[in-house]
Every structure is written in C-alpha cells, then in structure tokens.
Design a binder for this molecule. Structure first.
Ligand SMILES: [Zn+2]
Length: 332
C-alpha cells in the first residue's frame, strides 16, 4: 500500500523526513488490507507505522455471522522488514468484536501475520529466503532477531519449496521412487558428521538428505521409498555399506559404480605410480612439479604442456600406460 494523501499522513511524512516536505517518502508497505494511521521516526532511528485493518466487519468465529460491533483496538507491536536501513516496527491495532448474535467476543484475525503468528508473513519470508543461502546466525544478527525465529522461517520456506516437489521435512515421510537412484554421502562439520543423500538421477534432483551413513541408517532411509521394487538401478560409490543396504532393501535394483567415484579410485592409483617414480632418480628430478600433467584431463592441457607430458611419457613407460588407462576410462 502506498500512502494515501490524507492530511494526517502528510503530517506524519513530515515527521519521518524531519523537515516539512510535502512530497514525502512513499512507504511501500504493501499491506493491502490495512490503512496507515500514523508513522513516526523514533529516537533510536526506527520507524513506527501504526496500521489498522480497512474493513470494519469481521466474521464471528463462533457462529460464522458477520458482525460490526467494535470494542477498543489493542496495539500489537511487530518487527517488520527494514526500510532503507531503518528498523521498522508495525503497530497493528487489533480490534475486538462482540457478536450481536451469540454475544461472544473475539479479536479480529491478523491479516499481516496469519493465525497464531507474531511476525508479519513477509518478514518471515524474507528471513527464510535470506537463510536459504546464508548462515542462520548471520541473518539473525543482521536483522536483530533471534536465531530460532530465523530457523523456523527457513523451515517454512523450505517446506513450501519441498512441497512443490512432493517432498517434506518429515523424516519419516514416504519418498517418491525414481527409476534410477543415486546414493552418496557428504561430510558435515569438517567430517565429524556424515549424511546420506538420495537423488533422482533422471530428474537430477535431491530426494532426501538424512543423517548417518551406516548400513542400518541407509536401509532405513531406502525403506521410505514408495515402491522399492520400482527402482531399476542404483548408482553409488564402491563402499560395501551402501551396497549391502541396497541389496537388503532394493533387491531388484542393479548396482552401478558411478563414474565419478571410479575415477576417484583410478586417480589415486595413478598418483601412487607417479609417487613411486618421483621417489627415486631419474624421476625425482624429471617429475618435480610435473605430476599434474598426468593427473589433469588431457584436453585441459595446453599444447606446450601436452608436449612436456609426451616427453615424460617416453621416458617413463609405466607412467605412460597408467595414464593411458586413466584417460581411456575417463572418456568412456
Ligand atoms: Zn457469533
């Protein structure tokens, strides 16, 4: 909602600006259902905006009849999105209604925050989106709110995104079954904690990330797939844990060692060959600072580098054949 040019609001714009300009700021509050009553720059630099709902009637939650009878409005202070570096406080005047039919009273619903919420919806969305790509503690400090609020906003945003993919944050929820499944592990907290990731390889999307990587933990995770018999193939590293968990829970699926992990092992083997030659003469001198020529992908080498690599390959036939096997498997 942009400001309506009532006298009252012009006056309060003057307050915000600090000098009596008639063409004041237009506060992009975008709170469709509310009218601004007052806005003031506070001594601490924050802007307080007092709003009240534009409607003068509400539906009685007890008998569902619409009533108009209003009791005293009660101010509710809420943090809102900052405006040009100013902290914003929304003072929401919530009115009490008394139903003339059933004679019970109720507070009008909170359209800025939603039911049972204390922070405006758009602030929660903003915090959640910020926390999607930054640390919760950083967002909390910057916005001067508690980390628990930011965390719950992040979960709210995540839930909406996950629901679009038929997924949820529920750690027991049934997962959609892909035809080709990918399993991998990832380290968290510098390798102090491991998590297992399930991917839909056809859709190139993550299905679930779950704590732990033991056979029991992975089996438990795989059992959540909606149809364990529908998985045709599972791609994974060469660990026995994943293999055993898949054989146990997805007996029909073919197990495929994925290219990335195979190449990781091949790379390690090639490094060993190089290290062996680099330990003794003449490799010690010839290979110093040159090992990357064999470890990198051939097409990533410059013409000059490729020339050096060919020369070294001629001098060290064992390295040359190990390298050839690596390149052949890599481009396979
Ligand atoms: Zn009623």
């Amino acid at each position: 909602m942009s400001l309506q040019h009532s006298t009252e609001q012009r006056e309060t714009q003057r307050d915000v600006n600090g000098h009596g300009e008639q063409e004041g700021i237009v506060v992009p509050l975008d709170l469709g259902a509310f009218r601004i009553r007052k806005q003031q720059l506070q001594e601490d630099g924050s802007i307080e905006v007092e709003v009240i709902a534009t409607t003068d009637r509400a539906r009685c939650p007890h008998c569902q009849r619409v009533c108009v009878k209003v009791h005293d409005p009660r101010p509710r202070r809420k943090r809102d999105l900052p405006l040009r570096g100013h902290r914003m406080v929304l003072v929401l005047l919530k009115r009490r209604f008394r139903c003339l039919m059933c004679r019970r009273s109720f507070t009008e619903p909170d359209q800025a925050c939603g039911r049972r919420r204390r922070t405006p919806k758009r602030l929660r969305e903003y915090l959640g989106k910020q926390a999607s790509s930054r640390r919760v503690s950083h967002v909390a400090a910057e916005m001067q709110v508690g980390p628990r609020l930011v965390q719950s906003c992040l979960e709210e945003v995540a839930q909406v995104e996950l629901a679009k993919r038929h997924l949820s944050l529920d750690e027991t929820a049934v997962l959609p079954t892909p035809r080709y499944l990918g399993i991998d592990e990832c380290a968290r907290r510098q390798g102090h904690r491991y998590e297992t990731i399930l991917c839909n390889l056809d859709g190139r999307s993550v299905l679930e990330v779950s704590a732990g990587r033991t056979k029991e933990e992975v089996s438990h995770l795989l059992e959540r797939l909606s149809d364990c018999d529908a998985v045709e193939a599972v791609s994974m590293d060469m660990s026995t844990t994943f293999r055993e968990a898949v054989q146990l829970t997805l007996p029909r699926a073919r197990i495929v060692a994925d290219h990335f992990h195979v190449m990781q092992h091949v790379g390690k083997a090639l490094k060993k060959v190089l290290a062996r030659h680099a330990k003794k003469e003449p490799g010690k001198q010839a290979l110093e600072g040159q090992r990357h020529l064999f470890l990198r992908n051939q097409q990533d080498l410059s013409a000059e580098e490729e020339q050096s690599r060919t020369a070294l390959a001629l001098a060290f036939p064992e390295i040359a054949s190990a390298w050839q096997l690596k390149e052949a498997l890599r481009s396979w």
